[in-house]
Design a protein around this ligand. Sequence first.
Ligand SMILES: NC(=O)C1=CN([C@@H]2O[C@H](COP(=O)(O)OP(=O)(O)OC[C@H]3O[C@@H](n4cnc5c(N)ncnc54)[C@H](O)[C@@H]3O)[C@@H](O)[C@H]2O)C=CC1
Ligand SMILES: CC(C)CC(=O)C(=O)O
Ligand SMILES: [Mg+2]
Length: 359
Amino acid sequence: MGVEKKILVIPGDGIGQEVTTWGQKVLTAIAANYHHKFTFEEGIMGHVAIEATGDPLPEETLQKAKNSDAILFGAIGHAKYDNDPTLKVRPEQGLLKIRKELGLYANLRPIKLFDELLEASSIKPEILRGSDILFFRELTGDVYFGEKKRTEDRNTASDLMIYHRYEVERIARKAYEAARNRRKKLCSVDKANVLEASRLWREVMQEVAKEYPDVETEHMFIDNAAMQLIKDPKRFDVVVTGNLFGDILTDEASQIAGSMGMLASASVGDKTGFYEPIHGSAHDIAGKGIANPLASILSAALMLDISFGLKTESQRVIKAVEATLRQGYRTMDIANKHTVNEFIMGTDAMGAKVLENLN
Ligand SMILES: NC(=O)C1=CN([C@@H]2O[C@H](COP(=O)(O)OP(=O)(O)OC[C@H]3O[C@@H](n4cnc5c(N)ncnc54)[C@H](O)[C@@H]3O)[C@@H](O)[C@H]2O)C=CC1
Ligand SMILES: CC(C)CC(=O)C(=O)O
Ligand SMILES: [Mg+2]
């Protein structure tokens, strides 16, 4: 008998609901193939939760999350809120709250480029070939959690960018430990030439760097990093940065992997791991059945590895994704307009191909 795990599935909104089912199906197939027992519970969050209960993160979902071994999440968000910034209760509050409540301070975002997708990106293949970056985005601090203010006349607003030493220290150590097991290069990204919170960030990074003399450390300003990432992605190994900069840089970095629909993530911290694609609920394609399910499937692979220590099973999922791409199967976002040997398909057909390759 293998391991027994309780997994909470939170599909959320928009394409979150369309893709998460494939992450779950892959976990179910792995459990069957390797004689593990995964039991699934479902929870609501985001717009669907506001509609059902008035709360973007109902207490029931939070309790289920706290009682589970890992969480597979889709995405939250609805055009209604994006178009009306005055709404007070918002889907994103649910995601921010669960990250804080579960102490998920480190968001790992691997930028994995499958060779089969070299031609799918708008970046030249010779620049991309060999790129392999692991982002550590700090996830429970920064402007997302600092005090928010609006003056009574509503004409002035502010979000406090705040970091505490311990928050920087703990993400720094996680990133350095990972760098030690990779190519031993770490780039810390900040805006220390302007921001006091970034000056603290850099100070602490410089201190922690002394504990890892075997790792080559580089400090880079965010504006330069955004440019270098596209100019020469191969120069990066591990990148560690704050919540806001990491959010933006990793959407940019998705173009190294070919699409937002390819990037998985793991949020870890005190206890339960939380696994989700980096993308949102994608109003522009929601309901059309064309979203790429691979980010959710690769998030499931991260769960198997990081939360359950099932490395063979995790690799098996990655190999199944690789095989699917090698066979020429593509969702719209990763189709290469110059190649005829591709079969363009929707979410469910693509997910089914991965399942076939797993069995
Ligand atoms: N973690 C989360 O739940 C996140 C939620 N959001 C929310 O999602 C909503 C939409 O936000 P956007 O800025 O449009 O970002 P988004 O990530 O949802 O979409 C950005 C672009 O990438 C494409 N895309 C994303 N995932 C894809 C996939 N799996 N397959 C194919 N194409 C894909 C979309 O079609 C869109 O053109 C907003 O309400 C936002 O607040 C945004 C980012 C993260
Ligand atoms: C929707 C936000 C709360 C977060 C976001 O964009 C992300 O985590 O990538
Ligand atoms: Mg984002």
